[in-house]
Design a protein around this ligand. Structure first.
Ligand code: PMP
Ligand code: GLN
Length: 398
């Protein structure tokens, strides 16, 4: 077999190819390209259309001017690791050793990939909530894991505790949660978090928690699973500066975890990117040290944007979810006569000049049924953009 064929085998084995066997861009890349080619408002891929705090932007420029332009240390720059440790203590009362329990990564994406590749063996089981972020299933496929899902149910997209109990067993190596959740905007109830700790302990599994939306919570404060009794020693907590500081292109993420787990993950991470983003690391450190008012304002601004878009979608005739955090709202297009969100999303630029993402992109192909007519829209955009999208969506039908 030629080089081409061998290479395709890796992707096919991990189910990274489309149904037709062709390479497929991620749904986010596809939808951003659709928005660019049609001139439609891009409420598909989740990225803000405004810059983050001036102090953070200035710190990166200053770092570049001051020659912070070469490889940073493998664990990440001390100033950032210290800022991450202080952040965990300040917001969650968690004591983290910046030299032994923190690892800086190329975004949460690399943190997830390095963690899964480092801590699993072929055939292990990984449990995720469903819908799930697209990279989870891609990396689980590359690592040749068995992917077990727990559906988020009902209007609040919560897991059923019995479903959780059924999903975890002695073959489960990782329970991977995402809290606050993309795409549903839900937050895991405390009793679900407690049960996850109990199950992980009983079956000796590792908890991996993706908390990139930790500061974008609309009502209560974020409760990290690592802060629950018994969780700490088996939890890998992942976050990123992209969402919190509106800098998704900087790709500065991080892991906090017990030292032995950090060591295992570092062994893999050093051969993925080795290191990244030298001048952005001290800038994100500045961001993590901003006063409480910055973080409160980020959440409340986003909450009001969520309301603007949700009202617009409701007035247009969608049935709309009530996100508790994050960047996204789920709108069911069935009342408008769209039974297939996959095709509706490809028609929306023409019908309304707006792009969204079908929720089926976040579920297993054999689980698409309940999500068929659901569309994820991003509200992390300027108010005038959300208002324009709402106006354009008013009056559409299939
Ligand atoms: N996890 C979730 C749930 C996300 O929504 C995203 C997208 N921002 C990521 C991980 C990736 O984060 P990063 O851009 O820091 O790699
Ligand atoms: N996290 C972003 C989203 O859910 C997309 C990031 C990406 O394109 N990989 O829209």
């Amino acid at each position: 077999m030629g080089v081409h064929g061998d290479w395709q085998l890796a992707a096919r084995g991990a189910m990274l190819l489309g149904d037709d066997g062709e390479i497929r861009p991620t749904i986010f890349a596809e939808m951003s390209a659709l928005a660019a080619s049609t001139g439609a408002i891009n409420l598909g891929q989740g990225f803000p259309d405004e810059d983050g705090p001036a102090e953070v932007l200035e710190a990166a420029q200053k770092a570049i001017r001051n020659g912070v332009n070469q490889y940073p240390p493998g664990l990440g720059m001390p100033v950032l690791r210290e800022a991450i440790a202080s952040h965990q203590a300040r917001f969650y009362g968690l004591t983290v050793d910046p030299d032994r329990e923190v690892l800086v990564t190329a975004g949460a994406t690399e943190a997830l990939a390095a963690t899964i590749l480092a801590l699993t063996s072929e055939g292990d089981e990984i449990v995720t909530l469903e819908p799930f972020y697209d990279s989870y299933v891609a990396i689980a496929g590359l690592a040749k894991l068995k992917h077990v899902t727990v559906p988020l149910k009902g209007p609040n997209f919560e897991p059923d505790l019995d479903d959780l109990r059924k999903a975890v067993n002695d073959r489960t190596r990782i329970i991977l949660i995402n809290d606050p959740h993309n795409p549903t905007g839900s937050i895991l109830p405390k009793e679900a978090l407690e049960l996850i700790v109990e199950l992980a302990t009983k079956h000796d599994a590792i908890i991996v928690t993706d908390e990139v939306y930790e500061h974008l919570v609309f009502e209560d404060k974020h409760l990290p699973i690592a802060s629950l009794p018994g969780a700490r020693e088996r939890t890998v907590s992942i976050s990123s500066g992209g969402k919190t500081f509106s800098a998704t292109g900087w790709k500065i993420g991080w892991i906090t975890a017990p030292h032995e787990l950090i060591q295992a993950i570092l062994a893999v991470k050093q051969f993925l990117t080795f290191v990244n983003g030298a001048p952005f690391q001290p800038a994100i450190a500045v961001g993590l040290g901003l006063p409480d008012s910055y973080f409160m304002n980020a959440a409340s601004t986003l909450k009001s944007k969520c309301e603007i878009l949700s009202n617009g979608l409701r007035e247009a005739g969608f049935t709309v979810s009530r996100p508790q955090g994050g960047y996204f709202v789920i709108a069911d297009a069935a009342p408008l006569g769209f039974t297939d969100a996959d095709s509706a999303c490809r028609k929306l630029p023409e019908l309304a000049g707006v792009v969204g993402v079908p929720v089926t992109a976040f579920v297993r192909p054999d689980h698409r049924g309940p999500y068929r007519s659901q569309i994820r829209f991003a509200f992390c955009k300027r108010v005038e953009v959300l208002e324009a999208a709402s106006r354009q969506l008013a009056g559409i039908h299939s």
